[in-house]
Design a protein around this ligand. Structure first.
Ligand SMILES: [Zn+2]
Length: 697
């Protein structure tokens, strides 16, 4: 939930990734809101290859990122309510304006509204009605606070926790459905570590001065939230210390985000009965009964060490301390748009301002629009797609994807380090990849979700209950590979290793990333590299461990596996050496999958485009606006990454984002591709040409 503001291109947004990449979450995005009428005037023309952004005073062989983006930086000072602002944010802002128009229209009560229009429109109207929300204060949350206050013994905890989980409270652990690691055709119960208020476990263990300060600021924030919820000062301070103590214990027993990237660390098959035996102080039977979850059958205990600590913790922690911890997580879960603004502002102050450097909270309409996109993304997305993603666009996107898959086929043939045996398996996997473009074939059915105008908090509770029930209902049923884990208007994409499919939401196939007004050099340099990126995730250090059907099963010979690791280690060393902010180096192992995907993706797109250019007898020396086609390919690649980032956000990103910061996603990747240097006649000794380039795919 604590996603980074700009982390495009994910692997699966589910369990494996550890956090939902790309979603705006609590980090503030956006600039001042033009009115709907002003949209046309305020919208800049976004181009995939934009020569006006180039700074010709910079030597492209010295710093290609600056060369390609300096014009954009000059034109786009970082707005106060942003933690970072780049081309992804530019498009997100535009998409959000389009969604706002749809929502404002749906919010007008009318007997002709469809059922989905009533839901998204009334939820938007409820969210926007700050006066009503402020007037109600904490009253709508009181029944839940009372439930927690009524917890008298450990025996009552399982049923209460099941209820809190059903309304989206992330206390202690997570129980959800997921495909079985060993058999991707079945969906089973997954029990995973959770229950932290800071972004991830290392925030609790790092010993540098900044991290110590952040922990103090976090305890202060928890205290303020308790005070806002009506606790006296001294009690709030005591409860905040309790929260910190419990979370620190949970954090220390949790895997690091780097360890979580390896699915073998999460693969611990058991069943509900087996896990019940481990949890000697917590009745799993009571928990599953109250949560309407399966009482038997296969399960996965993602982190046995964590669950052992959880078991010990609930036994030796006084019940009043457990109540404080639960109360905090309830407040945190509902600290968004459905409670009074004082609470939301305090929440923003810690997560967006202190941790990531935002200076101003984003406008209410932006927060409400993002809320509906998260809650009912396919109801809103259906209206969005009808207006902004015509079938012809979908067809073009599919053709590009197929061309890049073909390039990968050829690339595998040409790999000098891989044996014929493993190549056959790799190609089998490649040929099985399912391409999902734009939006689902079958839209999600929201008919069982009730949205009541004027009941913002109740709506949020019902949305959570609807989602949890929908998720648990999948257990024991065949896998639905048509399901999407991102909404159609999202400016992002992902690869799902357990389903072996690539997913490109409609919201991404727009300028400045893709345009039918521009030529292949621009579109392949930009969107093509993203398609290649997602495809390469199927073959990165994590994705390569899954077979063509999504089973966690090794299909590599020992020798090939070693050769892959040796090549990957080159990239680990390369990124480990980068000091992104003073004192903070990038984590080569954490970012390996994304770095492999960046390099492989751009290379595949280059191959696909060269094939197309050959077939079309493209004159490679003919200049457009002063640039040859191949130069425009590389510039379009670089310009997708033009981004301004606050130092606080850059620090969070360097410590915990599996994606490298944008400057390195440009320069470091290009340094490994000698073809780039040739296009700009760079000397072999130029900073943009690596003397020992890394290469896997
Ligand atoms: Zn990625």
């Amino acid at each position: 939930m604590f996603a980074f503001a700009n982390a495009p291109f994910c692997t699966s947004t589910r369990l494996i990734a550890g956090f939902a990449c790309g979603l705006a979450g609590i980090a503030a995005l956006g600039q001042n809101a033009p009115s709907a009428a002003a949209i046309k005037v305020a919208t800049p023309e976004l181009r995939v290859f934009d020569p006006s952004l180039i700074d010709a005073t910079v030597d492209p062989c010295k710093n290609f990122y600056r060369y390609s983006c300096n014009g954009w930086f000059k034109r786009n000072p970082l707005p106060a309510d942003q933690t970072s602002y780049g081309r992804f944010t530019e498009l997100e802002e535009l998409n959000r304006l389009q969604l706002k128009q749809i929502l404002e229209q749906a919010a007008v009560p009318s007997p002709t509204r469809t059922a989905n229009e009533q839901k998204i429109g009334d939820e938007y109207a409820s969210c926007m009605d700050v006066t009503a929300i402020d007037k109600l204060g904490l009253a709508p949350l009181q029944p839940e606070l009372d439930r927690i206050a009524a917890l008298k013994s450990l025996a009552e905890l399982p049923a209460l926790l099941a209820h809190l989980h059903s309304i989206g409270v992330n206390a202690f652990f997570r129980m959800e459905s997921n495909q079985d690691f060993a058999d991707a055709t079945t969906v089973i119960s997954f029990y995973s570590a959770d229950g932290l208020g800071l972004p991830e476990r290392d925030y609790y263990t790092r010993t540098d001065a900044k991290s110590v300060e952040q922990r103090q600021q976090y305890v202060e924030h928890v205290k303020k939230m308790f005070v806002l919820a009506g606790e006296p000062d001294a009690q709030a301070a005591k409860d905040a210390d309790t929260v910190m103590a419990i979370e620190t214990r949970l954090a220390k027993a949790s895997l690091t985000i780097t360890e979580r990237r390896d699915p073998r660390n999460l693969n611990h098959p058991t069943d509900v009965a087996g896990l019940s035996k481990e949890l000697t102080h917590f009745s799993l039977a009571d928990y599953v009964a109250a949560g309407h979850a399966p009482a038997s059958g296969k399960a996965n205990d993602s982190e046995p060490k964590f669950f052992a600590e959880f078991n010990a913790l609930v036994a030796d922690t006084p019940i009043d301390q457990i109540r404080s911890y639960l109360r905090w997580h309830l407040l945190q879960a509902y600290a968004g748009t459905s409670l009074p603004e004082s609470i939301e502002t305090e929440n923003w102050n810690f997560y967006a301002h202190i941790l990531n450097g935002a200076e101003k909270q984003q406008e209410r309409w932006k927060r409400c629009t993002s809320l509906i996109d998260r809650e009912m993304g396919e109801a809103l997305g259906q209206a969005y797609v009808a207006k902004y993603f015509p079938p012809a666009e979908k067809q073009k996107a599919l053709q590009m994807t197929l061309a890049i898959e073909q390039a990968m086929d050829k690339d595998i043939d040409g790999l000098d380090w891989m044996s014929a045996e493993t190549k056959v398996k790799a190609k089998e996997k490649l040929h099985t990849v399912m391409n999902k473009i734009g939006y689902p074939d079958k839209w999600r059915d929201y008919s069982k979700l009730e949205i009541v105008r004027g009941d913002a908090l109740g709506n949020q509770e019902r949305v959570e209950q609807f989602d949890v029930a929908r998720d648990l209902a999948k257990i024991g049923k065949p896998v639905d590979k048509g399901e999407w884990f991102m909404s159609p208007p999202t400016v992002n994409a992902y690869y799902d290793p357990q389903q072996n499919n690539v997913n490109f939401p409609a919201g991404y196939f727009q300028p400045p990333f893709f345009s039918d007004k521009e030529d292949d050099a621009a579109n392949y340099g930009d969107m093509g590299s993203t398609i290649g990126h997602e495809l390469t995730h199927g073959f990165d250090d994590e994705g390569r461990q899954y077979d063509k059907d999504g089973n966690l099963r090794n299909w590599w010979t020992k020798d090939d596996e070693q050769k892959f690791s040796d090549r990957a280690d080159c990239m680990v060393r390369q990124y480990d050496a980068i000091e992104a902010v003073p004192g903070v180096h990038l984590n080569g192992k954490l970012t390996l999958g994304e770095n492999l995907a960046d390099l492989g993706g751009l290379w595949l797109s280059w191959l696909a485009w060269m094939d197309k250019a050959d077939a079309a007898h493209l004159d490679m020396s003919a200049k457009t606006g002063g640039y040859t086609p191949d130069q425009r390919f590389w510039i379009a690649y670089a310009q997708q990454w033009c981004t301004q980032t606050r130092p606080e956000q850059l620090r969070s990103q360097a410590q915990g984002d599996p994606h490298a910061p944008d400057e390195y996603r440009t320069n470091t990747v290009l340094q490994d591709l000698p073809e780039f240097g040739k296009s700009f006649s760079c000397k072999k000794t130029s900073p943009m040409v690596s003397d020992k380039p890394c290469r896997v795919w």
